[in-house]
Design a protein around this ligand. Structure first.
Ligand code: SF4
Length: 212
């Protein structure tokens, strides 16, 4: 169902190398901070953290929470995000010791652990599972739902989309790149007000064929 779409997106965007980070801890930090803000703002926060030698969740738990909030100010909602990031870091370090120890475990155990952490919804959980921990989980965010609803003219539920993509793509790399490419086309063309006339997928898009 999505193989053809993957190829068309790949021909345009290629390998995006998602998620852009130096290590898995940084990926988790990025997943937490990117909620309701642009990636540019998250990058500023991560740069700030690095300049203060905060590169891992272990570094975060040693910080004073108010210091953490100051360092991530550029990400917005910094009081709440700082509190959640501190709690998530303490929970992960407390239970697993480090992020690496969360890999290659029973997927349901890790999934349940992450979704029960304060401040983590489905999208953040899926991003952490796929990009930081390399589990076979597709990320269904609001971009994905909007883009696929238009492109396929189908109202697929998150669970249905997860099942179809995770069955169809065996490789985690493809799940990562598919999500990355959908985010890119959603920013470039399939925006809130879509730029269909310029979109490279318009000949295959059901929304375009109905609405042009
Ligand atoms: S043609 Fe329009 S609706 Fe379809 S994917 Fe492109 S921008 Fe979105």
């Amino acid at each position: 169902m999505f193989k053809g779409l993957y190829k068309d997106l790949y021909d345009h965007y290629g390998d995006l190398g998602w998620w852009p980070s130096e290590n898995d801890d940084e990926t988790i930090i990025g997943c937490m901070l990117t909620q309701n803000t642009s990636w540019k703002n998250v990058e500023k926060s991560i740069k700030n953290l690095k300049e203060n030698n905060i590169k891992t969740l272990s570094d975060i738990v040693k910080l004073d929470e108010n210091n953490l909030k100051n360092l991530i100010k550029s990400s917005g909602f910094y009081n709440v995000k700082g509190k959640y990031l501190m709690n998530v870091s303490k929970s992960i370090i407390g239970k697993y010791g480090n992020v690496n120890n969360m890999k290659n475990k029973n997927v349901d155990e890790i999934l349940k652990f992450i979704i029960n952490l304060n401040g983590i919804g489905n999208e953040t959980m899926e991003s952490i599972m796929l990009y930081a921990l390399d589990y076979h989980i597709f990320v269904v965010d609001s971009y994905t739902l909007r883009f696929l609803k238009r492109y396929l003219n189908m109202d697929l539920k998150r669970s249905e989309l997860r099942k179809i993509t995770e069955d169809e793509f065996e490789d985690n790399y493809e799940l990562k790149n598919l999500h990355g490419m959908i985010v890119e086309i959603s920013k470039d063309y399939c925006r809130k007000k879509p730029l269909c006339n310029k979109c490279f997928l318009n000949k295959k898009c059901v929304y375009y064929s109905i609405n042009r």
